[in-house]
Design a protein around this ligand. Structure first.
Ligand SMILES: Nc1ncnc2c1ncn2[C@@H]1O[C@H](COP(=O)(O)OP(=O)(O)OP(=O)(O)O)[C@@H](O)[C@H]1O
Length: 338
């Protein structure tokens, strides 16, 4: 596998800067996830690395070699798309073997067979090797599509929302398997998703893209706990971070210049009010999720959502008291304040 470096990469479509002066380094064997809203430039970034798009400016290096002008085939990358694109008339075995059959590889039959069977086992499709690919479930097809990338040993795997067409249970399973396989192979992997749980659970580092720019990159923990600005803070956390004006909730110390206070569940202290104490908030409604509840709260015309223990003895309409505990503070430019 190899490291990949983007330096000042820019790509526009008409007036639209899809990718804007992007600097990104992915270390050899690293799993980097690009997270961002629709249109942020995630797919275009993958396509620029794969050579499916040409940058207007900047360079892409793979394994320390500049790729300017190199064709997709000359770049040694493997791409997995959102929608499995298998050869319907071929068996699972032949779909997996296909990338290894190019004459340039001159792979002998026994090596090819061993490689196909090894990867089929990894993606847990080895019991269906003789099935036509059309006779598989969606999850199985996507396993084959991922396996077809894995049979090769490219410099980097590029994956564009490979799990998004699957149901939640399969997504959860494949997420774990993909992470396990990546570790086993020591693979360099750049993975695009909208799904914050995928990003949090699989990434060594998460890169947050917005309008073609890399806003922040760091470990999942860093991105979650130390977001550089409001945009990054809003990308992670379930339920969504609450953004409220300073002074709305009691707080030990609000830094000067605070325009917005960001409060996740762990930043809110909730207590029932007893003995005639008025309380500063009201329970609006409670969403029961099973192991946890979403508590919807009204405070002075603002609505907040927080996770709550199902045993918390409150009901809609109850008065409660809510205070802040070391929340995140943002200035008028949306940047985080120390
Ligand atoms: N071939 C193209 N022609 C014109 N505009 C394009 C083309 N490809 C991408 N764009 C534009 O560039 C911007 C970035 O697109 P891109 O597909 O990279 O975003 P994305 O972050 O992958 O979004 P999504 O999550 O919806 O896939 C968008 O505004 C898109 O409309």
């Amino acid at each position: 596998m190899a490291e990949v470096t983007l330096k000042g990469v820019t790509r526009s479509f008409g007036d639209k800067r899809a990718v804007d002066s992007l600097d990104l380094h992915i270390a050899d064997g690293e799993f980097v996830v690009l997270l961002g809203p629709t249109g942020a430039g995630k797919t275009t970034t993958l396509r620029l690395i794969a050579g499916l798009e040409k940058p207007d400016a900047g360079t892409v290096e793979i394994g320390g070699r500049p790729m300017n002008g190199a064709s997709p085939a000359g770049r040694d990358v493997a791409f997995v798309f959102q929608q499995y694109s298998l050869y319907p008339h071929l068996t699972v075995y032949e779909n997996l073997a296909f990338p290894l059959r190019s004459p340039a590889r001159r792979m002998d039959k026994a090596t090819l067979d061993a490689r196909v069977r090894q990867v089929a086992k990894m993606v847990r499709i080895d019991h269906k090797l003789e099935n036509r690919s059309t006779r598989l479930s969606g999850g199985e097809m996507q396993r084959v599509a991922i396996g077809r990338a894995l049979v090769r040993r490219p410099s980097i795997y590029l994956m564009d929302e490979p799990l998004s067409s699957l149901d939640a249970k399969l997504r959860g399973e494949l997420r774990l398997e993909l992470k396990r396989i990546q570790k086993e192979l020591g693979a360099t992997l750049l993975y695009v998703t909208h799904d914050q749980i995928e990003a949090m659970t699989m990434a060594d580092r998460i890169g947050i893209l917005a309008e073609g720019k890399l806003v922040q990159i760091g470990t999942p923990r860093e991105i979650y706990a130390n977001p550089a600005n409001l945009h990054v803070a809003a990308r992670l956390g379930q339920p969504h971070i609450n953004l409220v004006p300073p002074g709305l909730l009691p707080d030990a110390a609000t830094p000067a210049g605070t325009r917005t206070v960001g409060a996740r569940t762990e930043h809110l202290e909730i207590a029932r009010t007893e003995g005639g104490v008025a309380g500063n908030a009201e329970v609006d409604w409670i969403e029961h999720l099973g192991d946890q509840n979403h508590l919807h709260i009204k405070v002075g015309g603002h609505k907040l959502v927080t996770l709550a223990d199902p045993d918390l003895p409150v009901e809609a309409g109850d008065r409660i008291s809510v205070r802040l505990r070391q929340p995140l503070y943002f200035g008028s430019d949306g940047q985080r304040l120390a």
